[in-house]
Design a binder for this molecule. Sequence first.
Ligand SMILES: *Cc1c(COP(=O)(O)O)cnc(C)c1O
Length: 360
Amino acid sequence: MKIKFLDLKKQQSLIQDDLSHLAAEIIEKGWYIGGSYVERFENDFAAYLGAKYCVSCGNGTDALELILKGYNIGAGDEVIVPSFTWVSDAEAVHAVGATPVLVDIDRHGYNISSATIESRITPKTKAIIVVHLYGIPCDMESIMLLSRKYGIKVIEDCAQAHGATWAGKKAGTIGDAGSFSFYPTKNLGALGDGGAVTTNDENLAKSIQLIKDHGQESRDNHILIGRNSRLDTMQAAFLSLKLPYLDEWNLERERLAQIYLQGLEGLDLILPVNNPERVFHLFVIQTQLRDQIKQYLNKHGIETAIHYPNPIHSIQIYSLGYTLPNSERAASEVLSLPLYRGLQDKEVEYVIKIIKQFFS
Ligand SMILES: *Cc1c(COP(=O)(O)O)cnc(C)c1O
């Protein structure tokens, strides 16, 4: 049996006709940037999350950068960032001229803890970027306590956590601001690039709206030096079409994840946390035999992936010359198994069978 790590075509197939009709409608209308589809998606997404504001932008990395800019974070400022994440989190901090302070993840889990954060706070610290990695929410209660104690902004990177909650509140509405990516592989993905910032902070929403539109308060009235970062009309329309399916598709990923969890129980593996508030962006197992299992699965037609093989502090251009043992260990032991809407139960069962075979 051949099993792809991800099959976006399968994910899209249920709504293929609706997507095609919508695309045809937009081509026909001739309005390709901004307009009512973009406004509608911003409203839809804010309503889904329970956020006051949603400002769309070009991608998830821009969303992070726009939040930092919106808070006037720049040269001389420090931003605390986990090292075990996608590179965007450190990249965005560099892009505004501030310094990312890379910290280790928890020994048990993949998120950063408030204790680790607190040990790295200095008078220069302006913000913390927390990443709900793989869809697992960070401990927002203790992180928000720290934020109040030190007067530091909390930015939630929700690129892998569309629909996840903490104490019943959606990720992206708990910290000062949330950044989202709609890269096609995310739990809510466009058919191209896309991103958004969510916040309850009216001033931040206004600043970001200005910054992402060339600093224009109104047409040709540039009141600050901004940049260009847009969610295309076509992508906004696709996202509004897909948003009503998000919960259902998250539940389907969850159902498949439960099959994996049951089937892999008892093996010498660290299995993903089974927290009902998380979403399954990725199904990540951890073992010292990672490379051997990956090869064995591949030999049996099963594609897997590694998120991420290099913690940011170990990438040469970001290198800070120190070690972060939990991040390094995770990077050498994690393995993401196939998980997406459209993956069949029998395919999940086959993956389980081959992993069991590996261990026997
Ligand atoms: C995907 C992702 C991003 C970046 O999103 P883009 O839209 O590709 O710029 C940022 N952070 C994390 C954790 C991601 O997974």
